[in-house]
Design a protein around this ligand. Structure first.
Ligand SMILES: NC(=O)c1ccc[n+]([C@@H]2O[C@H](COP(=O)([O-])OP(=O)(O)OC[C@H]3O[C@@H](n4cnc5c(N)ncnc54)[C@H](O)[C@@H]3O)[C@@H](O)[C@H]2O)c1
Ligand SMILES: O=c1ccn([C@@H]2O[C@H](COP(=O)(O)OP(=O)(O)O[C@H]3O[C@H](CO)[C@@H](O)[C@H](O)[C@H]3O)[C@@H](O)[C@H]2O)c(=O)[nH]1
Length: 447
């Protein structure tokens, strides 16, 4: 079977490569010429464990191809996946210009039946816009060509993308014709050996399912962060509370980790977009508004702890940060809690020393652009360190913001010797409080 995937970002590249791994002949299309030229050589634009090897293997097997020209491959296939970006508009709603551009190109150039499957996260009702856009282009051409649309939202997580795509808990597919259902069944059949279900439903419900899933997960995190902040005030331990409630099967143990807030390209954007969808439909999503509010507060919690420790006198203090990406195993810096902290520290007059095992180049680019006015050229207030020990040199406090594996068991005596102060703020609750106290640190975590 041959398919086309339009948009070769996290979702498009992972989906395309995984389908190719299962024997499907896949052509990935992107408008970014540089990206496609690199991919043709097997160089991938993102950090995602295991992906580069798999891309190279499937290029070699001639099952994975790349092009910038959608029209050139349009009439050789029946199924097109659209996995282009849906970034937030100024008001938080999803910008559909890339999604509709793909539909337009298809309508303008298709010569035979196609099934257009939207994999991007799109607001409920988008499929009708996609259908109308294709139909309008066909009408302009004065031709009748049958086509179908479907919704197949993606639930993969960055850093675990291949495993999540190959063995998901479920695949959700919204269809409105038997033919579309048959094509999607055929395409996902090889994956079913990995023991999951394809859940077919109507398109509106499929679109809504994606937002509801992310909203529920974000809600769990904000709920636990709220609980953690209360635990601190009453003397309880949120890790114990997490274990205590997570063993109730109705609650479940996943996504209950308190920390310094959720980031990434999905939760913040999708929670905002769902709130907008509700507003546009005359309904207020009060729970989700609170989820956002709690998360904005939580991204600053480590800073508040620092202020409290130094009686708000932070000017001239050297503060180290371990971990910059929004979560481990990715170089993605979008909405990363580290960015909020760095900006607050620089504004308070601190010297900031940071280290991340993978995200340093991406972080440097963003920090130097977004915070340029806070980092004058002749100042030394922002230092991108070479390793974890270099990062803590002469520092008054260390903040652990992203729980990369290499931060889990540092040689603490070396850290202690390098630091001037003893304050360790653990934003992901990965260290043992007793051990840290025995080592002589002033250790504080979340909740
Ligand atoms: N990143 C994730 O973990 C994740 C997971 C699930 C769902 N999603 C959703 O999937 C969608 C894609 O996300 P992403 O992170 O892969 O985005 P991305 O920004 O990494 O990639 C999108 C790609 O689409 C390309 N593109 C834009 N317009 C195009 C066009 N007309 N023709 C061809 N290519 C075009 C861009 O050049 C870019 O390479 C979004 O809706 C996102 O919300 C993302
Ligand atoms: O218990 C937890 C779990 C996660 N996080 C934070 O939540 C954010 C998002 O983490 P994660 O969900 O693992 O990463 P994403 O790659 O953003 O994946 C989410 O967003 C994707 C895009 O929509 C969806 O496909 C995935 O199912 C959904 O988990 C990160 O900042 C994490 O640190 C917590 O604070 N506590």
């Amino acid at each position: 079977m041959k398919i086309v995937i339009v948009g070769t970002g996290y979702v498009g590249l992972v989906s395309g490569t995984c389908f190719a791994e299962m024997g499907v002949d896949v052509t990935c299309v992107d408008i970014d010429r540089q990206k496609i030229e690199n991919l043709e050589k097997g160089i991938i634009p993102i950090y995602e464990p295991g992906l580069e090897d798999m891309v190279q293997r499937n290029i070699k097997a001639e099952r994975l191809h790349f092009t910038t020209n959608l029209t050139s491959v349009l009439n050789d296939i029946q199924v097109i996946f659209s996995a282009v970006g849906t970034p937030p508009d100024a008001d938080g709603s999803a910008d559909l210009k890339y999604v509709l551009e793909v539909a337009r190109t298809i309508g303008q150039n298709m010569q035979q039946y196609v099934l257009l499957v939207t994999k991007s996260t799109v607001p409920v009702g988008t499929a009708s816009l996609v259908r109308q856009t294709i139909q309008m282009e066909l009408d302009k051409r004065g031709v009748y060509i049958e086509f179908d649309i479907a919704s197949n939202p993606e639930f993969l997580k960055e850093g675990d993308a291949i495993k999540d795509f190959m063995s998901p808990d479920r695949v959700v597919v919204g269809v409105e014709s038997e033919k579309a259902k048959e094509l999607m069944t055929k395409l996902y059949r090889p994956f079913l050996l990995n023991n999951f279900r394809v859940i077919f439903m109507d398109i509106l419900s499929a679109e809504m399912t994606k937002y509801a899933a992310n909203a529920m997960l974000a809600t769990r995190i904000s709920f636990m962060n709220d609980m953690a902040n209360l635990c601190e005030r009453v003397g309880a331990n949120v890790n114990m509370v997490r274990k205590g409630i997570g063993t109730d099967q109705r609650i479940g143990g996943k996504f209950l980790y308190a920390g310094c807030g959720y980031g990434g390209s999905c939760f913040p954007k999708d929670v905002k977009a769902l709130i907008q969808t509700a507003d546009q439909n005359g309904y207020e999503l009060r729970v989700l508004k609170a989820v956002e509010e709690v998360n904005a507060y939580q991204k600053q919690v480590l800073f508040h702890k620092l202020e409290k420790q130094f009686q708000s006198d932070l000017s001239g203090k050297t503060i180290s940060i371990w971990g910059l990406s929004f979560k481990p195993n990715t170089d993605d810096m979008r909405e990363a809690p580290s960015l909020v902290l760095i900006e607050k520290l620089l504004k308070a007059g601190c010297k900031v020393r940071v280290f991340d095992p993978v995200a340093m180049p991406e972080a440097k680019k963003i920090i130097r652009t977004k915070m340029a006015e806070l980092i004058p050229e002749d100042s030394f207030n922002m230092y991108f360190a070479n390793d974890i020990y270099d990062a803590v040199l002469d520092s008054d406090a260390l903040m652990l913001v992203t729980e990369w594996k290499e931060f889990r068991m540092p040689t603490w005596p070396v850290v202690k010797k390098a630091m001037t102060g003893l304050l360790i703020l653990d934003g992901r609750n990965i260290y043992d409080e007793n051990e840290m106290n025995e080592l002589g640190f002033n250790y504080q975590c979340i909740g």
